[in-house]
Ligand binder design. Structure first.
Ligand SMILES: *Cc1c(COP(=O)(O)O)cnc(C)c1O
Length: 379
């Protein structure tokens, strides 16, 4: 099956008991057993639920993976992956990372004795000096949040495999429509399904996809034992959202390209971060590993201080000033005070997360309305 067909059908069959075309919301915590242990594969909904199971099969299919696991948030998915590690283990990750991941690594797992190296991943060779016998995991994000840097997944994977280190890719920004890290050699793909997969800003969820059965069993054990699994209603919402993922992503990419070009030509705009530009430092890698360039764009306001940046951010009428991304509606975000507030000033400024940076999640509204909104807000 190809992408759109999988998005609509994978994991889903008409309900055997009624013929319902849509997967029912199995709103139940527990399941009848004919005699102890004799059941239809479902015992208790923390571990297994039919609505979630349909979603997990669909998630796996979208990433060309064998196994999928849904978690109650993107951070819960990350938490489960990090629990594969032991005190003394080392992780190599990017210096330009989702704020919540940085916060979890430095303030939760560092205290459990896991050591993190936050490095510039723009070139895979940068990893080599940090590898040693304690290195167990490479964690990367591409495009990065919020400066849209591109990391060469196949290049990093080659180094990871040569040193027997697991590679996890946070594929939230690209979505499985634009990029499939497992095909490029990653061991684990993680998503905040809250974003493009759900696509309608009405649910918080995480996902993990992978091929290795032993690793899947370890992760399933953590998932069930620690219990950060989503309920059937949320599972249904993401299953429903995914049915239009390909249509939405096409529109996000089309609008994204037009908004990026508009910003690049605007007199009040200094830098524009978008991997589709020929002069983006890793444009060729983006072209190689992504099918298109997406609707996430960051830009700096020329010479603006914090106050002027706040004023501009508050002027938008179609773009909504809010955290998060990947929904049908356009959002504007001020990373320093919103999504990236948990990263220390020096660390964020070193990677370009400065006071006058704004991030857009370009939605699927009419492009004319989006450009007019940008025009009036930047006037
Ligand atoms: C939002 C986000 C997360 C966290 O996901 P939640 O669903 O909010 O817990 C992780 N990584 C990236 C890149 C994100 O954008």
């Amino acid at each position: 099956m190809r992408f759109a067909t999988k998005a609509i059908h994978a994991g889903q069959e008409p309900d055997p008991s009624t013929g319902a075309v849509m997967t029912p919301i199995y709103q139940t915590s527990t399941y009848w057993q004919k005699s102890p242990g004799e059941h239809k594969g479902f015992e208790y909904s923390r571990g297994t639920n039919p609505t979630r199971k349909a979603l997990e099969e669909c998630l796996a299919a979208l990433e060309n993976a064998t196994f999928g696991l849904a978690f109650s948030s993107g951070m819960a998915a990350t938490d489960a992956i990090m629990k594969l590690l032991k005190p003394g283990d080392e992780v190599i990750t990017g210096s330009d990372l989702y704020g919540g991941s940085y916060r979890m690594f430095t303030r939760i797992f560092a205290a459990y004795g896991i050591n993190f190296h936050f490095i510039d991943l723009s070139s895979p060779e940068n990893i080599v000096p940090y590898l040693n016998t304690k290195t167990k995991l490479i964690w990367l994000e591409t495009p990065t949040n919020p400066t849209m840097q591109i990391v060469d997944i196949a290049g990093v994977s080659k180094i990871a495999k040569a040193h027997n280190v697991l590679l996890t890719v946070d594929n939230t920004f690209a979505s499985p429509y634009l990029q499939n890290p497992i095909d490029l050699g990653a061991d684990i793909v993680m998503h905040s399904a809250t974003k493009y997969l759900g696509g309608h800003s009405d649910v918080v969820m995480g996902a993990v996809m992978l091929n290795d059965e032993d690793l899947y069993k370890k992760l399933w054990f953590i998932y069930n034992a620690c219990g950060a699994t989503p309920g059937p209603m949320d599972s249904f919402l993401v299953l429903r959202g995914i049915k239009t993922l390909h249509l939405r992503m096409k529109a996000h990419c089309e609008n994204g390209e037009k908004v990026a070009s508009f910003l690049k030509a605007h007199f009040r705009v200094d830098k524009v971060y978008w991997p589709g530009f020929n002069d983006h430092p890793n444009h060729l890698v983006a072209k190689k590993q992504m099918r298109d360039f997406g609707g996430m764009i960051s830009f700096t306001l020329k010479g603006a201080a914090l106050k002027e940046t706040f004023e501009t951010a508050s002027k938008f009428k179609v773009f909504t000033l809010a955290e998060s991304l990947g929904g049908v509606e356009s959002l504007i975000n001020h990373p320093v005070s919103m999504t990236h507030a948990s990263i220390p000033k020096e660390a964020r400024e070193a990677v370009g997360v400065v006071d006058n940076l704004l991030r857009l999640s370009v939605g699927v509204e009419d492009i004319e309305d989006l450009l007019e909104d940008l025009e009036q807000a930047l006037r």
